[in-house]
Design a protein around this ligand. Structure first.
Ligand code: AMP
Ligand code: MG
Length: 458
């Protein structure tokens, strides 16, 4: 039966030449830009706690000036900066705490006066700067009060000798961070702790965020078995217990790897059961995946093997291929395209990722994530890359962009990165010991030890 199927393969244009890694990235960027240009947010309202990691769906406006009053940034004394030039003591006339209003019946701070003030308080009228408490000496003294015979105990500050103060020092002017009505965040912004903090500072308890894109995940391969429900890792060595599956079969790890990556990238993974390497089963599973989500991730079955039917099935569905094969390692067979709308279902994007587990994960990180960000409505998404000093030289062959499993040590001021021993694109054990990939650019034959290189963190 499988032989017949291979004879009746639809005419997939198998010889589309692979593109360079840079070309593949620009194809992704163009498709993502087109998705974003047409994107309209379907929104949900989420509390600030739930909104973390989601994409903002509506602009965030400043409810009032930020800061809403001239905010004192040091514990000390509100003064007129020019009063320090005299070197004379300044009389403490009030104390003002954070959160305490300035009573309107009080007269503004006058010459020779100081107000003891706390960080976070509102600079009182008449004052134009704050002298830090560390920079003064506090003294007590008596002062004549009106008639010459009555005196009153008073507190004074004596600024340190030579200490000068500029107007505005230790005060953030009202509205200097934002003006009431300013657009502080634009739709399409992925919300991290910093953006949540800003929303809270503006008094919002909930935010409109976009719906998370669903991603259908379909592993393919006759050799795949789902990780067994009865096998629970409790930290004991189970090697003596014997395997519950025959040695020629393997567990489907890709679906779980991709589900984790989708989740981490802010999507909702929909894992399907793995498809068999048969045209009929594969077609049924692909149809189901296309129905359920705007993006379908396939793994395996996209290379040159006799039973690699993924592209054939997609061709049969009228798919358009943006690229099929990229000059990279691992990940060379990776395929990206779109299936046209059919029977009420809109057009769908798909990736045919390589079956090799490390290849599937690398191609997700460098390609799928870009598209997923666009489907979520996230603007200005960028891959998270870093720079590190290479611990040992790497020799490579030109014509390929390579991603080598490596370990980055960031405990020193200049992070260093060391490639790790690996058996290649199937070596999940090595990949799990690593914490990044070293990127070897196309055309580079050697990266020298101590050279600063690009790193793609896990
Ligand atoms: P393929 O791309 O289908 O030729 O598969 C390449 C390699 O990846 C083979 O060794 C497969 O057994 C392995 N592989 C394919 N799919 C998976 C999967 N879902 N989980 C783990 N390994 C896989
Ligand atoms: Mg296969």
């Amino acid at each position: 039966m499988q032989k017949n199927q291979s004879l009746s393969r639809p005419s997939y244009p198998a010889q589309i030449p692979p593109v360079s890694f840079a070309e593949a990235c620009s194809i992704l960027a163009a498709q993502s830009a087109a998705i974003l240009a047409a994107h309209t947010f379907k929104t949900q309202s989420h509390t600030l706690a739930q909104a973390l990691g989601r994409v903002l769906a509506a602009p965030l406006f400043a409810d009032r000036d930020q800061p809403p009053f001239p905010r004192v940034t040091r514990d000390g004394f509100a003064v007129r900066a020019e009063d320090l030039a005299n070197g004379t003591p300044l009389r403490i006339v009030y104390q003002l705490r954070a959160g305490e209003p300035w009573l309107s019946e009080r007269s503004p701070l006058g010459p020779g006066e100081a107000i003891e003030i706390m960080t976070g308080a509102c600079l009182p009228p008449g004052a134009n700067a704050v002298l830090m408490v560390e920079h003064v000496q506090q003294v007590s003294g008596t002062e004549r009060n009106g008639d010459a015979h009555r005196t009153q105990q008073q507190r004074f500050i004596l600024p340190q000798i030579g200490r000068s103060l500029n107007a505005g020092e230790n005060v953030v002017p009202q509205g200097s961070e934002a003006r009431q009505g300013d657009r502080l965040l634009e739709p399409g912004k992925r919300l991290g702790p910093e953006q949540i903090a800003l929303a809270a500072a503006c008094g919002f308890s909930s935010l409109a965020v976009g719906i998370q894109p669903k991603v259908a995940i379909l592993a393919t391969g006759d050799e795949l078995v789902e990780p067994s429900a009865s096998k629970e890792n409790s930290g004991t060595d189970v090697s003596k217990q014997g395997s519950p599956i025959p040695s020629h079969q393997i567990y489907n790890s890709n679906s779980y790897a991709l589900a984790a990556l989708v989740h981490q990238a802010g999507g909702i993974p929909l894992r399907q059961r793995p498809a068999l390497d048969r045209l009929d089963d594969l077609a049924a599973c692909i149809r189901r995946g296309l129905k359920s989500a705007p993006l379908l991730l396939l793994t395996g079955g996209v290379s040159m093997g006799k039973f690699d039917f993924v592209k054939d099935v997609l061709v049969g569905m009228g798919a358009e291929f943006f690229f099929s094969g990229v000059r990279m390692q691992p990940g060379k067979p990776v395929t990206f395209g779109r299936v046209p709308a059919s029977k009420g279902r809109p057009e769908r994007y798909f990736f045919g990722l390589p079956g090799n587990p490390v290849s599937a994960m690398v191609t997700f990180r460098v390609f799928v994530q870009t598209l997923l960000a666009a489907l979520a409505g996230e603007r200005h998404w960028q891959p998270r890359t870093a720079l590190a000093k290479l611990a040992t030289a790497i020799h490579s062959k030109p014509g390929l962009t390579r991603f080598l499993a490596a370990h980055q040590d960031s405990s020193q001021p200049t992070p260093t990165v060391s490639p790790i021993q690996t058996q290649g694109s199937g070596d999940l054990a090595a990949n799990a010991r690593a914490n990044c990939y070293v990127v070897v650019p196309d055309g580079c034959t050697v990266l020298e030890a101590d050279q600063i290189v690009q790193v793609l963190p896990h």
